[in-house]
Design a protein around this ligand. Structure first.
Ligand code: B1M
Length: 213
């Protein structure tokens, strides 16, 4: 079997050690980190999500899959982040309150760092108020919000409202993303941008910031 489907299979079966071994092997064979991510790890996680929705697998299986995905991602992280020149702007990033999903948010953070942004990652389950306080205190130009649950998406609206209420809209832009989030939702809540995947998030963040100089 070729390496990428094998990596996907390891994620599906929650085989973290083997997933890491195969990612190492793929890197040793000269495969690009982004290729390993998009053709190995992510398809595995997609399958897991589908199976979970259809109740073919259960929460413990998803946890094991997430652990295998993370084992592979940890090896790619330094390579995806590259050298990075930390001058492109400061971004406060996190998964919103009530939401523990952080794999996609972590990917966004890795690619933002790789693109030269200074990323302050607040982690997951982050209250709206904390995003805004940290952005103000640390002089960030962008707040990046991730949500994977339809029930936690409203926290994004709270953040946008707080940024407005505190008179920060000119200085601090808000980008939202995550599987249930859409361009229409971003517009509805008054967010400044929507990123449909991690690479797109980087492009959208770049577009939000004034040109340097
Ligand atoms: Co849960 N989960 N989960 N889960 N989980 C989903 C999201 C779900 C769609 C599964 C399903 O039913 N098919 C479903 C949500 C349904 C809904 O709300 N409509 C769900 C559920 C219901 C739950 C629980 C409630 C289950 C339960 O307890 N009964 C529970 C909730 C816990 C909580 O958060 N309070 C739960 C728990 C978990 C685990 C802990 C087991 C685990 C998370 C582990 C972790 O993150 N550390 C987990 C996982 C792994 C998933 C699935 C299978 C995979 C998510 C993932 O990591 N995808 C997911 C099903 C699915 O999405 N296919 C599911 C890979 C990741 C790279 O993609 O996060 O979409 P994603 O990120 C992408 C883009 O969305 C985008 O870029 C990323 C890279 O391309 N993006 C941004 C993300 N954030 C962005 C921010 C941006 C821009 C782009 O700008 C700032």
């Amino acid at each position: 079997m070729s390496l990428m489907p094998e990596i996907a299979g390891c994620v599906e079966r929650g085989e973290d050690d083997r997933a890491a071994d195969l990612v190492r092997q793929a890197l040793a064979e000269g495969r690009a980190p982004l290729e390993i991510l998009h053709e190995g790890l992510l398809p595995g996680m997609d399958t897991v999500g589908r199976q979970f929705r259809l109740r073919e697998i259960f929460l413990p299986d998803v946890l094991l899959a997430a652990r295998a995905m993370t084992a592979g991602l940890d090896l790619l992280r330094p390579l995806l982040a590259g050298e990075g020149i930390p001058t492109a702007g400061r971004v406060v990033l996190g998964t919103v309150h009530g939401d523990l999903h952080d794999i996609g948010k972590n990917l966004v953070g890795i690619l933002l760092k790789g693109a030269g942004f200074d990323v302050i990652d607040l982690g997951h389950d982050v209250p709206a108020r904390r995003f805004v306080d940290v952005a103000r205190e640390r002089g960030a130009s962008v707040i990046g919000l991730s949500a994977l649950l339809t029930t936690t998406m409203p926290v994004m609206r709270d953040v946008v409202a707080l940024v407005r209420a505190e008179g920060l809209s000119d200085r601090v832009k808000v980008i939202v993303g995550g599987a249930p989030v859409s361009e229409a939702w971003a517009r509805e809540i008054g967010a400044d941008a929507y990123g449909y995947d991690a690479a797109n998030a980087v492009e959208r963040v770049r577009a939000l910031l004034p040109p340097a100089g």
